[in-house]
Structure formats: C-alpha cells, structure tokens
Design a protein around this ligand. Structure first.
Ligand code: 5AD
Ligand code: FES
Length: 348
C-alpha cells in the first residue's frame, strides 16, 4: 500500500478500512504526513467553525466511583484518594462564577457515585437549567439505565460524554475488570443518541495494550456513530493504579489522531484536553493546530481540584477559574484562534 494513496482516500472519502488505518498509523511520527494531515484538518475546521475555539466549564462534582478501571486514579480500590462530593449549592456557585467569566456550557463530570441518585441528579440539572436557560448542560457521569438517561434529558440535559475507551473487546478487557463490558458501554451510547443528546465518545491514546488495530477499530466506531463530540487525550499513568509503571501516550500520536478525527468527522466538537496539556506545556495549543476546536478549563472549587486526580501531574489544579480563563485566552490567540463565549452547539 502506498501511504499517499491512503491519505488521499482518507481525504476524499472521509473514511478508511481497518487495514488502511493500520497502514496510515505507521506514519504517525512522519513529519511530512502529520503536517499534511494537520493542514487538511485545519482547513476543514476553518470551513465550519472559522477561527473559533469553544470553551466549556468543567465541574468535577464527585470523585467517588463504584468502578475499578485499571487506568483511573479515582477507581474504588484507591484507598489513598481523598474523596469529596459537591452539594447542589457548591455546583451552582461554580456555575455562577463560570457564567460571569463568559462560559455558556457547563459540564458536570464525576465518578459513578451512587450517592447521586436520579432524583438528586434531576434536582441539580433542573436548578442549573432554570438559572441559566441560555447555557448548554453536558453530563459525564458514566453508564446508567435508559430510564435514568431519559429522566436527565427531560430535566434539561443537552449533551452527554461517555468515552467508549476502546472499541476492541480484547483491549477493553485489559483496561477494565470483568464486571464491566464494552457491550454495555456501546449500548449506553446508543441510548444517549436515541434520546436526542448531543453525544460524545472517545478514548485514551497509548493506553496499555492499545494496538494500531484497536485504534483503527476506534476510528471506525467513531465514524459509524455519527457523534457530535469526540474526546481523546494521552493515557497518563497514575501512581495508585495497576498501571502505575506503564508508559504514557505520546504527543505525536495524539496530535496525529486529532487530525484524522477532524478529517473523518468534519463538524465534530473536539477538545484539546487537559491530559494533552499535561504531557506537554503547549500541548493544548498544538492540539488546536492539529484540528481540535474546544477547550475545557476547570470550574471546580480550588479546594477539591487536586483530588479529582485521574492521572498524575494534572495541570491547573491550583489556579482560580478566572486565571485559567485568561491563560487559555492567551494561549489560543498565540496560535491565531479566538476563544469565544457561546454555547457552541455541533453543526450536525
Ligand atoms: N490518563 C488519561 N486519561 C484518563 N482517563 C481516566 N484515567 C486516565 C488516565 N490515567 C480518562 C478516561 C475517562 C475520562 C474521564 O478520563 O478516558 O473516560
Ligand atoms: Fe489553567 Fe492555564 S489554563 S492556568
């Protein structure tokens, strides 16, 4: 296979076969290929979103989790994690300061914490939507039943993020204990789409056991699902997990995949993640230049920020929301883009 043929096909068809993706992935550290793909990705995102970069205020409202994913720092077996929960009032305060800073999307993210029953979630969702009807509300609280997702949607939630983590059964079983299944994960994503959520999936780059074949399956899965959002970021080991000694994912592969995802899903809302900013001081700016168009600074109260530790050395855990907002604005304009205050709904 000639790689240029594969690249051309990617651009004209917006998708490849598994074998072709595997071939393309061999060039993830080839300067010429990555620069070419980034150029195409930037062209496409400019066509739909101009020079806008959307911003989402992330509120990490609980780090309790009933799951035990091998990669994650807040897994239930991490007895050394200091656990916290935010009250509805805490959350509304985060929204208030966020709103003043110009955020028009709030993302409620947390571990799978049974304390937040459907009833409590609905109360929180309603309160936010009542006070901020002009804002979009995104949930990221893991696997739930159809009924729960329905109740949240009725209460006013607009969007939902649930990374599929990997589309390969084999790889899924390396990352998760047997009590979790890829089947259920996918089922949840289908429910969310059916309920009319703007839906996001995604995966970690360079997670233990990831192969070019599994990444190819991820890309095929993302394309098939016709998602509005995709979240990818490098895997970063956390010292209190079974993967403490594993290597982190690379900057190069993450940037390469951001470009490929922009090309196969032209209108997707694609964040340059905090994890990307953690493995390189200018990681998020580079992500924007590779095709990403969203940033998600933290709005959580500073007193709990360090405790939402999915991986080691997470950035921005000591900064006030206002500092991050200013800092990001500078970073984004330093690469020729514009951080905007709008809901930033997907164009599909
Ligand atoms: N490194 C990078 N990303 C991680 N996540 C969880 N643990 C890690 C880690 N160690 C990601 C998962 C999850 C999202 C909220 O954070 O993909 O879906
Ligand atoms: Fe948080 Fe730069 S974005 S300090």
């Amino acid at each position: 296979m000639q790689v240029m043929n594969v690249v051309e096909k990617l651009i004209t068809d917006g998708k490849l076969t598994k074998e072709e993706y595997v071939e393309l992935l061999k060039y993830a550290d080839d300067r010429e290929i990555t620069e070419f793909l980034a150029g195409e990705a930037v062209k496409i995102r400019k066509q739909y979103y101009g020079d806008k970069v959307f911003t989402r205020g992330l509120i990490e409202f609980t780090n309790y989790c009933k799951n035990n994913c091998y990669y994650c720092g807040i897994r239930r077996d991490n007895r050394n994690a200091r656990r916290y929960r935010l009250t509805k009032e805490d959350i509304l305060e985060c929204c208030e300061s966020g709103y003043e800073l110009g955020f028009r999307t709030f993302v409620l993210q947390g571990g799978e914490d049974p304390y937040y029953t459907d009833e409590r979630m609905v109360e929180i969702i309603r309160a936010i939507k009542e006070r901020y009807p002009d804002c979009a509300l995104t949930l990221s609280v893991g696997e739930k039943s159809y009924e729960s997702y329905r109740l949240f949607r009725e209460a006013g939630a607009d969007r939902y993020l649930l990374r599929h983590e990997t589309a390969s059964e084999e790889h899924y079983a390396l990352l998760h204990p047997a009590e979790m299944s890829l089947r259920n994960r996918k089922q949840c994503l289908y429910y969310l789409k059916e309920l009319g959520y703007q839906t996001g999936a995604g995966f970690m780059v360079g997670s233990p056991g990831q192969t070019p074949e599994s990444i190819a399956e991820d890309l095929i899965f993302l394309k098939e699902l016709e998602l509005q959002m995709v979240g990818i970021g490098p895997f970063i080991p956390h010292h209190e997990t079974p993967f403490a000694q594993e290597k982190a994912g690379t900057l190069e592969m993450t940037l390469f995949l951001l470009s490929v995802i922009r090309i196969i899903l032209p209108k997707v809302l694609l964040p340059a993640t905090t994890a990307l900013g953690t493995i390189h001081p200018r990681g998020r700016e580079m992500g924007i230049c590779a095709g990403a168009n969203v940033v998600m600074p933290n709005l959580s109260p500073v007193r709990v920020r360090k405790q939402y530790e999915l991986y080691d050395n997470k950035i921005c855990t000591g900064d006030e929301a206002a500092e991050c907002r200013m800092c990001l604005e500078k970073r984004i304009s330093s690469v020729g883009y514009r951080l905007v205050c709008e809901r930033g709904d997907a164009k599909n």
